[in-house]
Design a protein around this ligand. Sequence first.
Ligand SMILES: Nc1ncnc2c1ncn2[C@@H]1O[C@H](COP(=O)(O)OP(=O)(O)OP(=O)(O)O)[C@@H](O)[C@H]1O
Ligand SMILES: [Mg+2]
Length: 278
Amino acid sequence: MTASTDGSIGIAPSPAELAATPQRHRELAQGALLRADDLVAGYLPGVNILQGCNFYLRNGEIVGIIGPNGAGKSTLLKAMFGLIPVRAGTVTLRDADITGAKAHTLVTKGVGYVPQNNNVFASLTIEENMQMGVYLRPRTFTTRFDTVCSLFPLLGERRKTKAAALSGGERQMVAMGRALMMEPAVLLLDEPSAGLSPMFADEVFVRCKKINAAGVSIVMVEQNARRCLQVCDRGYVLDQGRNAYTNTGPALMKDPKVVELYLGTLAGSRAVIPHSAG
Ligand SMILES: Nc1ncnc2c1ncn2[C@@H]1O[C@H](COP(=O)(O)OP(=O)(O)OP(=O)(O)O)[C@@H](O)[C@H]1O
Ligand SMILES: [Mg+2]
């Protein structure tokens, strides 16, 4: 417990809260593969959704982004991938400023993105979806498709099937496979497990681990916060367009405030929540 200047008693900030400050971010983000600094972005004039967001991803990491609905998680991915204008702040890839670079340019620089919704061409076959993934480098199709099929064998086995005929989990594999066709160094995944049965959802997390082991650094926005933090090296909690907490996955899962505010019930958890006297 700490006493503040007005004499009130508060709970000392947790390590995850301290790590989420802009100053700590600047210290920790040195040498990152991808980073966002003080990002301000939004959709409507005069309305900022991201209000100075910070983020970094090191080479080889899986980093999760969790937080309530409307926190700005998808907006952060879109701002880093050049899909919405950045109003202030910077996005950096391997020490090069990519703020405002368009998605098609970022794809050629090794960034892949799988959006939250409508992420496959439903009227096209699996194979045609994969061709769309490498339309910028069509000659690499055969080699890349073989590699992607080694991660997702279903894509090869059912290559002539239209994406419209696939289940939600299978479509998610098509979407991830298509992004992998360009051999990205970084993959931005927006809610890869959304809408899937627990079994399929778990399969997605296992695949992400495999993709990561194959050398792809991953940023994963997830509703399935606990499972996400289990597979991630580090996690960020966003709230109202700002960084609320950041730490390793296991540390966030043990942080009493993160548990109370963002991970829901304590059932099955040993964490102790501090209660206020009032
Ligand atoms: N295309 C858009 N036009 C205007 N406002 C938008 C648009 N997309 C999102 N917003 C607003 O931006 C805010 C953040 O949305 P965002 O999609 O980033 O949230 P999120 O954290 O990804 O939430 P969820 O968990 O529900 O996917 C919300 O208030 C939302 O209404
Ligand atoms: Mg979202």
